[in-house]
Design a protein around this ligand. Structure first.
Ligand code: PSU
Ligand code: MN
Length: 329
């Protein structure tokens, strides 16, 4: 297996990403052992737009068989908006940046795919397992590969009830230079506390064409933000400015709300969430199982409405992320 410095030289091999990962990228001096899909390697080498996509949505966030269909639709949406999709996942312990269709199928259909945060990547490599990457792991891998923009559904954050539970998405975004397009944080969380933590951690937050912070299934979480970015070009200028300044090493969250007419009915949302929280406690679900449990609860108890909304969120974010990546390239 050849080891080559620089992107775009080796495909589907161990690729040692040395020197400059992407123009001006602050992680350029790191050395990474990543398996780049040929198309992703070529795009990064050429400075063409690439959008990172997470795999926890596929393996744990969406029910089968919709998950595979949606995973393909997300990639198609990124392509249609002019960027190369790079779904990130761990296969046989190796960190992959960009999956082919057989690999997507493996992730969507296999049982026992691990849910991997950034801290799990090295142990997963030692164990040789398959795993899906959360926002934390995906953003860390993407930034290390020189990808500037990442699309997901909703970030993890501070959970509502004791025992205290805060997603590693927050601290990881604090030290990861990437733009994350999402519909805010999942509405199953304590949104106010999560926004406070994002501020404390120095994660930049801007609404996309709004000063209201979106609430994932809901267009408005009830909280505001200090900034709005009003076009892909303006968001791309922020991406480039951060790189040029070389001061702030954390993420830029671009919070893209669903139009009000496309959100989940707020009354149905609140009722389903209250029931889901009660079920969580009754069944003793804790830790990393909480988020998949609550998302699954919504999908089962809204007659498919939350699934439809979740898919729309992801596709809209994929489209916007691709436009930002194209404008930044
Ligand atoms: N957003 C979705 N579906 C998901 C998730 C986010 O629309 O499945 C996943 C993301 O991977 C996120 C994770 O990083 O949930 C958060 O899990 P936890 O709260 O255990 O950190
Ligand atoms: Mn947790």
């Amino acid at each position: 297996v050849p080891l080559v410095s620089g992107l775009g030289l080796v495909t589907n091999q161990v690729c040692q990403v040395g020197a400059v990962a992407a123009p001006g990228h602050p992680y350029g001096d790191n050395v990474n052992d990543l398996v780049l899909a040929p198309e992703v390697a070529d795009a990064l080498g050429a400075g063409s737009p690439v959008v990172a996509l997470e795999s926890t949505i596929i393996a744990h966030g969406l029910p089968r068989p919709d998950n595979l269909r949606v995973a393909r639709e997300i990639e198609a949406t990124v392509r249609a908006a002019g960027a190369v999709p790079a779904t990130i996942a761990v296969l046989g312990g190796r960190v992959h940046v960009g999956l082919d269709d057989a690999q997507l199928i493996r992730l969507a259909e296999a049982d026992g795919v691990a849910k991997l945060s950034a801290r799990d990547l090295a142990v997963a490599a030692a164990k040789g397992v398959d795993g899906a990457t959360t926002v934390a792991a995906t953003s860390a891998v993407a930034a290390a590969a020189g990808i500037r923009v990442f699309a997901t559904g909703g970030l993890g954050g501070v959970h509502r009830d004791a025992p205290y539970d805060e997603s590693a998405d927050l601290v990881t975004l604090a030290r990861t230079p990437i733009a994350v397009v999402c519909a805010g944080v999942k509405s199953i969380l304590d949104v106010g506390a999560t926004l406070e933590r994002l501020e404390t951690l120095g994660v930049a937050v801007a609404g996309y064409r709004t000063l209201r912070f979106p609430g994932f299934y809901l267009s408005d979480s009830g909280f505001g933000v200090d900034w709005s970015l009003d076009s892909p070009e303006e968001a791309a200028r922020a991406v480039r400015a951060r790189e040029a300044q070389g001061v702030h090493r954390g993420a830029l969250v671009v919070a893209n709300p669903l139009p009000a007419e496309e959100q989940l009915d707020p009354a149905l949302h609140d009722r389903t969430l209250a029931e889901g929280m009660a079920a969580l406690e009754a069944q003793g679900v804790t830790g990393k199982a909480v988020t998949p449990f609550l998302l699954g609860w919504f999908h089962e108890h809204t007659g498919g409405a939350s699934l439809e909304v979740n898919v729309r969120i992801i596709l809209r974010n994929a489209d916007l992320a691709a436009r930002i990546a194209a404008a930044a390239a």
